[in-house]
Design a protein around this ligand. Structure first.
Ligand code: FMN
Length: 175
């Protein structure tokens, strides 16, 4: 016998359950496995970094990607002021640094936990990242609680990491 998954639809006319609430939506989104990244910046606004899974490729011409940043995050103004950032893609063994940059730890303590170099934009590059994309912000779009940061890649560096760190069902997995 075939079983069908429980359907939750965002179109009230297309299903019986109606528009999902915040908790239903978050629980459903937890099923989207995603790469984990440390997003860093440095410049006139200071140095800052946070963990993000809402990162995706946008276009290869010009090479660009997007990062979603909560406007209520403590790092928000720093990223906006600097106008540059680096997406450091995490690999195996990076769970601890992900938790540090994804929590309430002081910024100096976050950066003291790893080794960094500096890209052309001045943003910190994580030494053993799987890959790092150094970017400048080209567009910002507000959507609900978050800003979608469209970033043009100005330089990239590929590391030696053979495995990727994935966040799925609120847990880390190495792939
Ligand atoms: C696995 C993981 C993924 C996250 N993804 C995002 C994200 O895509 N966008 C975002 O704004 N915050 C994301 N966060 C939360 C931020 O990392 C966190 O709010 C930030 O580091 C701390 O912000 P605060 O200094 O305002 O407390 C994520 C956290 C974790 C642990």
């Amino acid at each position: 016998m075939q079983t069908s998954p429980v359907a939750t639809t965002v179109d009230p006319s297309a299903g019986s359950q109606g528009v999902p609430d915040k908790v239903e939506f978050r629980n459903a989104m937890a099923r989207l496995g995603a790469a984990v990244n440390i997003i860093t910046t440095d410049g006139p606004g200071g140095r800052a970094g946070f963990t993000a899974s809402a990162v995706c490729s946008v276009s290869d011409e010009p090479p660009s990607l997007l990062v979603c940043l909560n406007r209520s995050a403590s790092v928000y103004e720093t990223f906006k002021r600097n106008g540059v950032l680096c997406v450091n893609v995490l690999g195996a063994g990076h769970q601890a640094i992900s938790s540090l940059f994804g929590g309430k730890t002081a910024m100096d303590e976050r950066f003291a936990s790893a080794s960094w170099s500096s890209g052309p934009s001045g943003s910190p590059i994580l030494q053993d990242a799987s890959v790092s994309f150094d970017c400048r912000l080209s567009q910002i779009t507000e959507v609900g609680t978050h800003d979608v940061l469209i970033c043009e890649v100005i330089s990239l560096s590929t590391g030696e990491q053979a495995q990727s760190l994935i966040y799925f069902n609120r847990q880390y997995h190495e792939l």
